[in-house]
Write a protein that binds this ligand. Structure first.
Ligand SMILES: [Ca+2]
Length: 268
């Protein structure tokens, strides 16, 4: 009997030593590196509040909602030829927000924990059209909900990818609600939206690898932002003329569809 007790104690002891990691439900999550929302990865847009239309009421492909997940970005002075970003038809408010609903490949539920917003579009930040206050909510059932809010975030008015993390949550549909822009009374715009998986792992080594991969991604973003700043400095030195302020909020201002220049807008 005494031998059995010693053996049991040994097995228990070895078991405790061999399992020093936390239980799965308490293990911390780290963001994966695959953008689940990207069209290239099977992501798609289920629904949206509006898309900008031209004076003839036609959708402008260069401003359509699918541009949010097409993997094309406005970087510095580079504007993708047919993808300026997404523009809504009206400016958002708390009472009347603009929104986009995203789903993943095969409309399968995924565990997510990070959303990355790139507000940069073909329009400059100074006119205040880029998104400011956003709310991220998830549904595990239908595109109509019910939705549970996982985070409210502030997007700064700079042409940089901005990452927002929230506790790992299962999501079949992700609703991005936009309740304000940076001052324009015309519309709200965004360049790209990325959604990343939350990886829950009990292995410290796995977590370290994922964190290093994330660090590498962040370093690349930092490098891109530095390059952008250098380009801007060169541009500022070349064009030393002070920019004239654009006041979109004036009531007398005539309605004009969003876009870098009228001649580039093509009615469909
Ligand atoms: Ca895009």
């Amino acid at each position: 009997m005494k031998q059995w007790l010693v053996l049991f104690a040994l097995i228990l002891g070895v078991g405790l030593i061999a399992t020093p990691l936390p239980a799965a439900d308490t293990a911390p999550a780290v963001a994966g590196i695959t953008n689940l929302a990207a069209t290239a990865n099977g992501g798609h847009i289920i629904a949206y509040s509006s898309q900008a239309r031209d004076e003839n009421g036609q959708i402008m492909p260069e401003w359509q909602a699918s541009n949010l997940i097409d993997g094309q970005y406005v970087v510095g002075n580079f504007i993708p030829a047919e993808s300026y970003g997404w523009s809504s038809q009206a400016a958002p408010s708390e009472e009347d927000p603009e929104w986009i609903i995203f789903a993943f490949e095969g409309e399968r539920p995924r565990l997510i924990g990070r959303i990355v917003i790139d507000p940069a579009t073909a329009d400059p930040p100074v006119i205040g059209r880029w998104a400011r206050n956003i709310t991220v909510a998830v549904s595990t059932t239908t595109p109509d909900g019910p939705y549970e809010t996982v985070g409210r975030f502030l997007v700064v008015n700079k042409p940089l990818k901005q990452a927002f993390d929230f506790p790992a949550t299962e999501a079949k549909y992700v609703r991005l609600l936009i309740t304000s822009n940076h001052g324009s009374d015309k519309c709200v715009e965004l360049g790209e939206v990325e959604i990343y998986e939350a990886i829950v792992t009990q292995s410290s080594l796995d977590q370290l690898i994922v964190r290093l991969e994330n660090l590498l991604t962040d370093l690349k973003k930092y490098r891109d932002s530095q390059l952008y700043r250098q380009q801007q400095q060169i541009l500022d030195e070349v064009t030393s003329k002070p920019p004239a302020p654009i006041t979109e909020a004036e009531p007398a201002a005539s309605e004009s569809p969003p876009g870098p220049s009228p001649e580039e807008e093509t009615a469909q």
